[in-house]
Write a protein that binds this ligand. Sequence first.
Ligand code: URA
Length: 486
Amino acid sequence: MRHVELKDGADLDGFRRALRGLVALGADPDGVVWSGGAAPSLFGTAPGTGTAPLPAPLPVDAPPVPLPRPVGALIESVVCHRDPERYGLLHRLVCRVVRGERDILDHHADPLVHRLALLDKAVRRDLHKMHAFLRFREVRDPANSEDRGGERYVAWFEPDNFIVEATAPFFVERFESLVWTILTPVGSLHWDRRSLTVGPAALRPEGLDRDDRFAEGWQRYYESTFNPARVNPTAMRAEMPRKYWANLPEAAAIPGMIRGAPARVQAMIEAEAAAPRRRNPDKAVAAMARQEPATLAELNRIIRAADPLVPGATQAVLGEGPEGAAIAIVGEQPGDHEDVEGRPFVGPAGQLLSRALEEAGIERDAAYLTNAVKHFKFVARGKRRLHQSPTAGEVKHYRWWLMKELGFVRPRLVVTLGATAALALSGRSVSVLRERGPMGFGDWEGFVTVHPSYLLRLPAGEGAEQAYRDFVADLRRARGMVEWAG
Ligand code: URA
């Protein structure tokens, strides 16, 4: 029997090293006992202590084991799980890959693959919870008072698995300009604005519950983004389990906001009734059909000069991208940011779209981006302008322009994002989630997919991550259609 000793916690490097040696020796997973992998102790592990037998020597210069990328990603995730059998299971998986089962992860019903998938899912869920529910508290460090008055931030979090190091890039990226420490019972992180130190397990610090300006800021943010019409306490508890409430400043605001929700919904309905009256879309379409622009620039001049169908928008937001682009991407209508900047897809949904396009291998600047409706439709709520979906009549009004526009651009494929764009292109109501994929749009080869703002509205979690991956997969497929056709 061969013993392999790894460090406590998630020892990815140690596991990789051991794996190389074991694969080079052709070791049978049944003949390997893995030690280590428990929670790191509060005081670290002194070298040479512990009851595990000394490991039998493994070759130190064994070559790397070439693995398919998804297997590598699964290993990185699963080593963070608490399950003491994780290393043995991964070793078993790698042996099967090395013996030729390179697509093993596609066999979801395989008991080993299934078990590892559950571990992977648990780790990813834990990572998401730590990203979403960790809250920093401000503390003062008088010893460093010259450096920004000794401003420091500390957070306490209790993850289920050994994920602390794996979350470091996320927190460094978001809070790069602050000095912070994250303490957990399975390890700690310290960032001094230049370098990251990974430290041992910690105890919950005293006095973390008192109010501070960070907590106040979070509470205000949460109140301002709370939608009273969507109150669902059961779903809220499922997404934000009670376990995390003690560390969440905004949790204090929840009971009051639930009590006040009916009154806020009523106020929203009354404001909607007082919104400005709209113009008749049929008359507007008839007027448009008398115009005959000869170029895209001329069409754009007409669109720019036209009154918005629903008053209030700052300007018409025109399509953007090269004439002759292989792919045209059609959204719903400009949002608040697009209305101000006068360019399509520059707000949060646009940023998500850019990321997904990049991941799908589509160059944003080489595509033609436009919207079914050219003006931002909204209702004002104090200083905020809340997006309103266009009616079928409004879509019809703008459709004439959209068809002319595509006629000038002549894309090989039109990708519609969301139901409004699919309605504009197909002339019928489309159930995007059921019908997503290739769809003929008369003159145009088309592809229906979801709108990025649908993805932004999904509660953060596994479902949202999967929906995003599906969106990227759709775009990749659309790209494939164009390459194939070209
Ligand atoms: N949503 C859209 O549909 N289009 C934009 O330009 C921005 C957000």
